[in-house]
Design a protein around this ligand. Structure first.
Ligand SMILES: NC(=O)c1ccc[n+]([C@@H]2O[C@H](COP(=O)([O-])OP(=O)(O)OC[C@H]3O[C@@H](n4cnc5c(N)ncnc54)[C@H](OP(=O)(O)O)[C@@H]3O)[C@@H](O)[C@H]2O)c1
Length: 377
């Protein structure tokens, strides 16, 4: 233990005094043992953080380090993080393949939930003990303490289950916006999607159901697919197909009483994207928001000429900077209320922070299909 602490301390010192540059943009903090409580109230505790000094394979470049205290300025709130998920985009940021990424060294993570630990002298409307989420989400949530200006924190209802509060922005909000922003859907209409087991996919099923919209769901061929089908149907999915079931000329003949969908969602690419296109009705739109298979989308000439399909894209980070995002916090509160009422749920696994490497391996797909990994600090 003493050796581990020494290593952490060295890292923190390197950070603090090793260069003449200002402290890194993310904020730092404390040992779980409480050994640093003697710091002044205007300083945060030290922070234990998942840091990467360079971009690269996350399981190589990510290290858990202890970072020194930072000042809590008069408008700041210092938040003790409770939980934060490992999302595919977090992995992409660390790999250096995401279009917008923080300068290195950086702390991983982009969303999460925490409890206010201390506030600056001019802060009004936030008090120690409140639960908050960074809104809009920002880089650096994989650490035990985060200091940010109060306006960047959104106070939420503490009766929300912690893991839902930690994950409410990136995926559920994406599902909500994609259902609202592309096609004017009415109750009784249908949507089709691949990657239906993803967190976004599970949210699409349930948010569609809340509006009376039916869903056709495609999952990849994988172990336990029958069980997965049942789970997605229980969430409200009207039809669930594995990809190999759809190698037929007329997929629409597989739909009993579900109308042809005008809107489809693709987070996989390759053949899975072609299957979404196959289901769409003439004039339909496919929205691509992810590329989990890393395979390109191929569209037949006839899809354009005879079906006049439209291909669109969605990126939450861009949407966040739009006019519409002004009401983002109301949307978050709405989604949180659905999690509290049980109308919105999704598969997650809480992982203690000291087992971060295992959670990362699961998120990287090294151990096969896994539920969303949520770090519990
Ligand atoms: N554009 C945006 O603004 C935005 C916002 C949020 C999310 N996203 C993207 O949406 C996608 C889903 O994110 P999430 O957090 O909801 O996912 P998630 O819960 O982490 O689940 C991962 C999903 O990807 C599937 N998958 C993994 N590797 C695959 C492969 N090689 N081929 C096909 N499918 C594979 C998994 O299928 P199994 O269950 O079969 O393993 C599962 O459905 C990601 O690409 C993410 O980056 C984009």
């Amino acid at each position: 233990m003493a050796t581990v602490r020494l290593v952490h301390l060295k890292a923190a010192l390197q950070w603090h005094g090793g260069t003449s540059s200002p402290p890194p943009p993310w904020s730092l903090f404390r040992l779980r043992s409480g050994a640093f409580r003697a710091f002044s109230s205007t300083m945060s505790p030290p922070s234990k953080a998942v840091v990467y000094d360079e971009q690269g394979p996350p399981d190589t470049v990510c290290k858990v380090k202890e970072l020194p205290p930072v000042p809590i300025k008069e408008q700041d709130a210092c938040v003790r993080m409770l939980a934060s998920p490992i999302n595919p985009s977090d992995i992409n940021r660390i790999e250096g393949v995401y279009p917008v990424r923080p300068p290195v060294p950086a702390v991983g993570g982009y969303e999460g939930v925490g409890e206010v630990h201390a506030v600056g002298s001019a802060v009004k409307g936030l008090s120690p003990g409140d639960w908050v989420i960074p809104s809009p989400p920002t880089s650096g949530t994989w650490q035990t303490y985060v200091v940010k200006e109060q306006s960047l924190w959104h106070r939420i209802d503490k009766s929300t289950p912690m893991e839902y509060a930690a994950t409410i922005t990136v995926n559920p909000l994406t599902a909500l916006r994609m259902l609202e922003d592309f096609v004017d859907l009415r109750s009784g209409d249908a949507v089709v999607q691949n990657g239906a087991t993803s967190m976004v996919g599970q949210c699409i099923i349930q948010l569609a159901r809340v509006r009376g919209i039916r869903s056709i769901n495609i999952i990849r061929d994988r172990a336990g697919s029958d069980e997965v089908k049942q789970t997605l149907k229980k969430l409200g999915g009207d039809e669930v197909f594995i990809e190999s079931q759809l190698e037929v000329k007329n997929v629409k003949s597989l739909l009993a009483d579900i109308p042809e969908p005008a809107l489809g969602f693709n987070c996989v690419g390759g053949n899975a994207a072609s299957l979404v296109l196959k289901f769409l009705k003439r004039g339909g739109t496919m929205v691509t928001y992810g590329g989990m298979s890393k395979k390109p989308i191929t569209v037949s000439t006839s899809s354009f000429i005879f079906k006049d399909l439209s291909l669109r894209g969605f990126w939450l980070q861009k949407w966040m900077s739009s006019e519409k995002a002004k009401e983002c916090r109301e949307m978050i509160d709405y989604l949180l209320s659905l999690t509290r009422s049980g109308e919105l749920k999704y598969d997650m696994e809480l992982c203690p922070f000291d087992q971060f490497p295992t959670a990362l391996d699961k998120a990287l797909g090294k151990l096969g299909s896994q539920p969303k990994q949520v770090i519990k600090f």
